[in-house]
Write a protein that binds this ligand. Structure first.
Ligand SMILES: N[C@@H](CCC[C@H](N)C(=O)O)C(=O)O
Length: 288
């Protein structure tokens, strides 16, 4: 790891979903296993810096820049909604974000937009999260590949749940009902994350309908556990709630770390996610 250090990082968050951003555009290429190791060590909340994962600001052949995300357990994910807003802010605040530009992600090219600034810095960002994917094959679930999973039973031994599954590039399971408390979210979230139905594991969300324009959610993230917000999860939730006729196409979504606005456009099929992003601090990491 010696050649990478000292490793500069910026800690940022979207509603408390926090990541350590590392600009690797001018670095020599290093094997993914090295990033996996850094993700585990840096993310540790007691023996590291503390975060839900690390995000690499990487070079791209198809866009001005690419986002790669490694969860706190070192696994790589395709996408991160809160991370994408935070990365847009990182670029904007450093004069490196052009209106209309794309950011390459594992879910394809995505288009963020800075809606509001404060003292020249980005504060509210809207992201075109792309079109949700609904077949089992696209979600990475077992079963009939071309079929969807909408309000279907999942037997968890101790309890029978009804799940709706959506991919926003990464997989999400949505369970509607009264909002689970933290303990239940952790216990059932972990079980569903590792359920054999999901060979690549999955993110899990408890979702309560407040009214036809308002949802409340709690998250168990694949590779990170309980988090204060999950942008792709919120995007998946509005899709699942519209598909099951629980909300209109635009909703406010309350999560433990704050509030996001989500909408699912009828014409284009695109999901839009709007919310804040903040920079916490900058630092230098050296493994001891
Ligand atoms: N917090 C994120 C999602 C991060 C990745 C996720 N844990 C996965 O493994 O897919 C978000 O804001 O979308």
């Amino acid at each position: 790891m010696g050649q990478l250090e000292p490793l500069r990082f910026t800690k940022m968050h979207g509603l408390g979903n926090d990541y350590l951003f590392i600009d690797i555009r001018d670095m020599e290429e290093v094997p993914d296993d090295v990033w996996k190791d850094y993700a585990i060590k840096m993310s540790d909340r007691h023996f590291g810096v503390g975060s839900d994962g690390i995000i690499l600001i990487a070079p791209s052949k198809v866009a001005p820049v690419r986002m790669r995300i490694f969860n706190a357990d070192g696994s790589e994910s395709e996408m991160c909604g809160n991370g994408l807003r935070a990365m847009t802010k990182w670029l904007y605040d450093r004069g490196e974000f052009d209106p209309g530009q794309a950011i390459e992600t594992g879910a394809g090219l995505l288009y963020p937009e800075v809606l509001k600034t404060e003292e020249g810095r980005a504060s509210v960002i809207r992201v075109n999260m792309g079109v949700p994917r609904l077949t089992r094959h696209e979600i990475g679930m077992l079963g009939q590949g071309e079929s969807t999973c909408i309000d279907e039973p999942l037997d968890l031994d101790e309890t029978m749940l009804h799940i709706t599954c959506v991919s926003m590039g990464n997989p999400h399971v949505i369970i509607f009902g009264p909002l689970w408390d933290e303990q239940t979210m952790a216990r059932l979230g972990q079980k569903i994350e590792h359920h054999p139905m999901f060979p690549h594991r999955t993110n899990v969300h408890s979702v309560e309908v407040v009214d036809s324009h308002h949802l409340r959610m709690r998250h168990w993230e694949r590779g990170a556990g309980l988090t204060l917000a999950c942008g792709t999860g919120v995007s998946a939730a509005i899709v699942a709630a519209v598909l099951t006729e629980r909300v209109e196409r635009h909703a406010t979504i309350s999560v433990p770390g704050g509030t996001l606005e989500a909408s699912w456009d009828e014409g284009t099929g695109v999901v839009y996610l709007t919310g804040t992003a903040q920079e916490i601090c900058q630092g230098v990491f050296e493994l001891r």
